[in-house]
Design a protein around this ligand. Structure first.
Ligand SMILES: Nc1ncnc2c1ncn2[C@@H]1O[C@H](COP(=O)(O)OP(=O)(O)OP(=O)(O)O)[C@@H](O)[C@H]1O
Length: 248
């Protein structure tokens, strides 16, 4: 289980040499259970991706803690192989000089210190994300956007992590491909019982995949609501935000 407790994040306000700091995240506390998908919805600049980076350990909080199975993700050994990230910009997420095989197997070989996994593992991962095994020698530029994002997902699940942060992971894809990738994510969540942190602007996608949704406002949690209660959010801000994005 992922437990985020009283997390705060500040950034310098006017560039690197400035001493003035701005609160980006304030008092963020929530948890995400096994096999649960927690959506994060909020306006642009509200701090969703910053929170995603903190969970993934790419940056550290200024205050508070983020624990996975009771251990702090600030420790690289805790997050290595246990937390993965899939970003929106799949084109820059994988090395253009890596084949599909190298890209997918990289996290595993890093974790196993260079010991190469057998081919059946790669075949299994390719099958799970719906790509033929003949794709193993292809390079990213030879694939469609949806296929590259499938490679990114195969890479993310290769170490069988407990948690995946999906930061606008389907936003750059065509609508029909979005649906396929959402179905894939749903299937994988059920197979691996992973926790998903699903950062999105897309309420329809959140409604499909998420068990609960966190409404974010100016770096604070406005409300956390089970997906079946989405029509009955308490705060006026959450209601307005949702009405702008979805028609029930
Ligand atoms: N490294 C950084 N240094 C300084 N300010 C930053 C940094 N990263 C993000 N910010 C600021 O933090 C705020 C939150 O940004 P963040 O990207 O987390 O928002 P977001 O909700 O994910 O937005 P979007 O939906 O547009 O992606 C913004 O005002 C942004 O300019």
């Amino acid at each position: 289980m992922l437990v985020v407790d009283s997390v705060e994040k500040l950034y310098r306000k006017d560039g690197f040499f400035s001493t003035r700091k701005q609160h980006i995240l304030e008092n963020i506390t929530f948890s995400c259970g096994y096999g649960e998908c927690l959506g994060i919805i909020g306006e642009s600049g509200s701090g969703k991706s910053t929170l995603g980076r903190l969970i993934a350990g790419i940056e550290k909080p200024d205050r508070g803690s983020i624990l996975l199975e009771g251990k702090n993700v600030a420790d690289r050994t805790v997050r290595s192989g246990n937390i993965s990230v899939v970003f929106q910009d799949y084109t820059s997420s994988i090395n253009p000089f890596f084949t599909v095989e190298q890209a997918i197997m990289e996290p595993l070989s890093l974790r196993n210190k260079g010991i190469t996994e057998n081919h059946s593992k790669l075949d299994h991962l390719l099958r799970q994300v719906g790509l033929p095994s003949s794709y193993r020698m292809k390079y990213p530029h030879e694939l469609s956007g949806g296929e590259v994002q499938r490679v990114c997902i195969a890479r993310a699940i290769s170490t069988e992590p407990q948690c995946i942060v999906l930061d606008e992971a389907i936003s750059s894809l065509d609508v029909s491909v979005q649906t396929q990738v959402l179905e894939l994510l749903q299937d994988l969540k059920d197979i691996y019982r992973m926790s998903y942190i699903f950062i999105t602007h897309d309420m329809q996608a959140a409604a499909y995949l998420c068990d609960r949704v966190m409404i974010f406002r100016n770096g604070k949690i406005e409300e956390i609501v089970p997906i079946e209660q989405l029509q009955h959010v308490q705060s006026a801000y959450a209601r307005t935000l949702l009405q702008r994005q979805i028609t029930f």
